[in-house]
Unconditional design. Sequence first.
Length: 117
Amino acid sequence: MRPVVPYVTAALLFGLGVYGVLRRRNAVLVLMAVELMLNAVNLILVTADTTVRAQLPHAGQVFALFVIVLAAAEIGVGLAIVLQLYRLRASVVVDDVPLTEPSPQPATTETGDEVSR
């Protein structure tokens, strides 16, 4: 098998995943794009393992297995965060998520003077 075909396929998958992460507003679609990128890495690891004879046998396949376990954990945590976000905001649009906490406003009296604490 020519290793060029899987490498080009993996590059296209990874590029599609990067595009999805950068352009999508829905958090579930962003998680799906991250999964595409992880699958592209898996394809590269397995292809490199079959084409390059390394010192450790099946090292690429073992690393691909670790990436699959990492992807499963990432999806579990990511979907839990998305569900909590939906419960709090009734939307999973990534652009509407506040990244910082709002700064507390100083307490003022009815005349507008600041109250010292």
